[in-house]
Design a protein around this ligand. Sequence first.
Ligand code: AQP
Length: 343
Amino acid sequence: KKRIVSGVQPTGSIHLGNYLGAIKNWIDLQNTYETLFFIVDLHAITLPYDTQQLSKSTRDTAALYLACGVDSSKASVFVQSHVRAHVELMWLLSSTTPIGWLNRMIQFKEKSRKAGDENVGVALLTYPVLMASDILLYQSDFVPVGEDQKQHLELTRELAERVNYLYGGRKWKKLGGRGGALFKVPEPLIPPTGARVMSLTDGLSKVMSKSAPSDQSRINLLDSKDAIANKIKRCKTDSFTSLEFDNPERPECNNLLSVYQLITGKTKQEVVEECKDMNWGTFKTVLTDALIDHLNPIQIRYAEIMSDTTYLDNILAEGATKASSIADVTLNNLYQAMGFLRR
Ligand code: AQP
């Protein structure tokens, strides 16, 4: 089976964007591929964060993976920091990563500009090297990536090729290594429709995000029925009378219809037929009901999972053991290929 890895940062409440853009797609992927889904807690400390919240968010995120349908008998579910190889590989990769490659990363430029120079830790710059470790450790064939992560995946591919060239091939074979390539060069897997869920308060220029200051801009998977109804009631719309997809003058309309389509599993054509003549008031009720119907079972499963801490702990421990057994092979090969004296 081909292998896929993916993860979400425990930086706050998991929202509809994380769900529709990532987690929901994993449910199908786990049936076809060998999958590893982890909670990327080491990435969550690249910007100032609340130490009191990190472990809680990590557990919540793991429980939500399972509540959304990630099946631990099919996928390995684990916490990134529980597999030490991620950080170790990152150091080895750092030695072969030109600093210019990292300076070019758009996300670094944007996030560092926002944070201001004094607040920018080195980890914000080297974050893509850790992401490369997350992927290369598992010899992943594919990585599901949204638009925002494409550049980081490209860097991962370049790093894999660079390491294969510098330390792999004949040199590594002479050291007793099998096969020429130390790393598989991963391919991007672009998710289907709705790759980007936009903010409820600005459908044109802002994506739905955990770090947006206003909670009104996103639907969190654990929002109560009232909160969902209230957020949809107050979300930004326009003054057109009917509803339509793909009108560049109507980004909010396109976003809300796309959310409705994804959450109900209907086709675009079905949504058009059903909604085109609705006014905003009617559509908002329909959308609210669909969201509540979809999220309610997830919330019930989440509560069950959280009520039994050993259940979740066992899944995470088992996942970390399985992941480590793959990661350690990759890491040890690289140590060997790079000429380290092994114990
Ligand atoms: N609005 C979105 N629409 C579609 N997909 C989204 N993802 C995030 N927001 C949207 C996808 O969720 C996965 C995990 O994301 P992440 O936690 O690693 O970081 P992120 O992309 O930066 O997510 P947030 O919620 O916006 O977090 P903050 O505010 O902390 O930066 C990824 O697959 C991502 O594409």
